[in-house]
Design a protein around this ligand. Sequence first.
Ligand code: GUN
Length: 298
Amino acid sequence: MTAKLIDGKQIAADLRQQVAAEVTRLVQAGKPRPGLATVLVGDNPASQVYVRMKHKACTQVGIESFGFTLPADASQEEVETLVRELNADPRVHGILVQLPLPSGLDEERVLNAISLQKDVDGFHPLNIGRLAQKGRDPLFVPCTPAGIMYLLEQAGAQFDGANAVVLGRSNIVGMPAALLLIRRNATVTVCHSHTRDLPEVIRRADILIAAVGRPRMVRAGWVKPGAVVIDVGVNRVEDPAAKKGYRLVGDVDFDEVKEVAGAITPVPGGVGPMTIAMLLKNTVRAARLQNNGGLPDN
Ligand code: GUN
């Protein structure tokens, strides 16, 4: 292996420790304990697992968490009413509506109902709009892209003038990650299913973010020697030798690409743990914002 391994698990654990210390400081200073509310609509098994992990992580760092579950056939009005109640609840500093919502619900309207000060996922249209504009700053940055940037910084990536390629253009990862890279003065190319000559485009990347949801799609021959590779993919592939009959692989063929890249994240143990660490960090930031009457203090 020639690439340096970017250990997301360790980096996230360090961050969580910092968050725990910050929570202790706040509570000792007489401030309210930070609180996160999650809203899960329907019974998507993956979403249930993610939400459970988020509550567990909150408990570990001393953040209070409140879980709300609505049935898959909940109306638009019911979901928005719940969000508005949480906006008004002083114990709740951050609100996370787990995505995707069941079909039939208007995601944008739900996200728009979240108080800007409590938008710890950073998906409120105003926060995303600010992220996309020069000279504006969102109150919160979406957790997975924020985690990606943190890993790149830890890996010593140089952003200024670098060619960055983002594979995938989802609202949750690809697009906000591209915006964050632009804000750091990288030259950014966003690839998707209509991109021509994909391997050739990817080979130009000094920084590669793979967030496309296709198991081991990125091969060694696609990667520029020395590139920093962040693999956001979490794909199940059959593996009769594994206890559950499957194992998780990324969007990057790790075994091949680790011989070419300068640094690379593993799957699991790369980006995944960072998403939750960033959510905890954003929740503490939300609590501090609300303690300060809405003014950022950092
Ligand atoms: N679904 C997949 N990733 C996320 C995330 O970061 N936040 C929310 N709310 N839903 C998701």
